[in-house]
Design a protein around this ligand. Structure first.
Ligand code: GLA
Length: 394
């Protein structure tokens, strides 16, 4: 069965469908054409997990799946948003008063970004918007960051306010941290805002310096969904961040980025074993990410495969964020690759997607292995798609 050919068709179809769904929802709800449609992509992280909020290194690329925001001026003094993917639910709020939380979860991403844009000096103007996307939700592919960046870009554009992508990403992160309530790092928002077509970005999350690394020719990114959905707003994500901060305090460093393996082991007396293992994941993952950047540049799939496998094991044994289903999926994908590339859980953890980097010629082999050997908790085959490193928001 040639799943990848089927996927390529589906992708180009969903792409137009998501864009057109945003456009249609705008016209149907507000009775006029939108002034603009803006988009921001989801992302896949090749390696460097839970390192961003430790001031460390990550290696993500933006993917060809986006959130689209159709936007135009409103004449009622309010910001109103319709969510085409949530049964056309509508959220509307006043700009003047302090923006409050909504009981609708998706609406808080819109309200939060409006509030934080305004706090950063962007005037808010009354607008209507319609939102639709094709980034799978709750999959570790950053549907929420793509929503934040697309809405932020759209609101700023309508207000005639120019924002550089780093500032937009920082505003989106602040909104997620302070308004939505997830203590996420900067990776997802930054790659959604700054992704480069055909490239991964090696990001130094302390300086925000981004080094583009071209994806080697003839190499594919395969994403397989475990069928287990997760949310970063759940307590586990914030727990990991607190544990990392506790470890940094123990070692007396600003962030775990500043710790090396020798000091980690030499000065662990009195440190709780769980906290020690959380720190060991971050220290070793930073190192793996830097090595993976070099391996990707050299097109060294064997090395990338080894690093991805070690990363998955470190997330499983030290950081405690994989689950039986993603362990199994990663194992099936890695075995199909037989050392020529690798597989690992990607994103915040506790489910979501497993990603593989493989030679184009091996893609069908991996997809077939998943189809034959993996079932989701609902006993369904996994959704699998082959994606392309894509451009950031625009
Ligand atoms: C989520 C967060 C990111 C990052 C990853 C884990 O995607 O939003 O900031 O911490 O988890 O690497």
């Amino acid at each position: 069965v040639c799943y990848d050919a089927q996927y390529i068709m589906i992708t180009s179809l969903t792409k137009n469908v998501a864009h057109d769904r945003a456009n249609k929802a705008f016209v149907d709800t507000f009775g006029a054409a939108p002034a603009a449609i803006l988009r921001a992509p989801g992302r896949v992280n090749l390696i460097g997990e839970h390192t961003d909020y430790n001031d460390g290194f990550v290696l993500p690329c933006a993917i060809d799946r986006d959130t689209f925001v159709a936007i135009g001026p409103a004449h009622n003094g309010r910001i109103t948003a319709v969510a085409a993917d949530f049964d056309g639910e509508i959220d509307s709020f006043e700009m003047g008063s302090a923006i409050e939380h909504s009981p609708k979860i998706w609406a808080n991403y819109v309200r939060g970004i409006a509030k934080h844009l305004n706090m950063a000096g962007c005037p808010l103007v009354p607008v209507n918007m319609a939102i639709a996307g094709d980034v799978p939700l709750g999959s570790g592919l950053s549907s929420s960051a793509s929503l934040e960046i697309a809405v932020g870009l759209a609101l700023a554009q309508q207000a005639g306010f120019s924002l550089d992508p780093n500032t937009l990403a920082q505003i989106a992160q602040a909104s997620e941290n302070q308004f939505v309530g997830c203590a996420c790092g900067i990776m997802d928002q930054l790659i959604s805002a700054r992704g480069i077509d055909g490239h991964a970005l090696l990001i130094d999350c302390r300086s925000l310096e981004c080094t583009p690394i071209i994806m080697p020719a003839g190499v594919s990114i395969i994403i397989a969904h475990s069928g287990v959905h997760h949310s970063n707003v759940d307590g586990e994500y914030n727990d990991r961040r607190n544990q990392c901060e506790a470890a940094a305090r123990h070692y007396n460093v600003k962030a775990l980025r500043d710790l090396d393996l020798i000091t980690l082991e030499a000065e662990n007396a009195g440190l709780d074993d769980v906290i020690y293992r959380r720190a060991r994941h971050v220290v070793t993952e930073n190192d793996r990410t830097l090595q993976a950047g070099i391996a990707l540049q050299n097109g060294d799939l064997k090395m990338i495969g080894r690093l991805m496998q070690e990363s998955h094991m470190s997330m499983r044994d030290d950081f405690g964020i994989t689950i039986a289903h993603t362990d199994r999926l990663a194992d099936i994908m890695a075995r199909a690759l037989n050392g020529q590339g690798g597989a690992r859980q990607t994103g915040g953890g506790f489910g979501g997607c497993v990603i593989a980097i493989a030679q184009d010629g091996d893609v069908t082999k991996v997809i077939d292995a998943i189809a034959m050997q993996y079932r989701t908790p609902d006993n369904m085959p996994a959704d699998v798609f082959v994606c392309k490193a894509s451009a950031g928001a625009g």
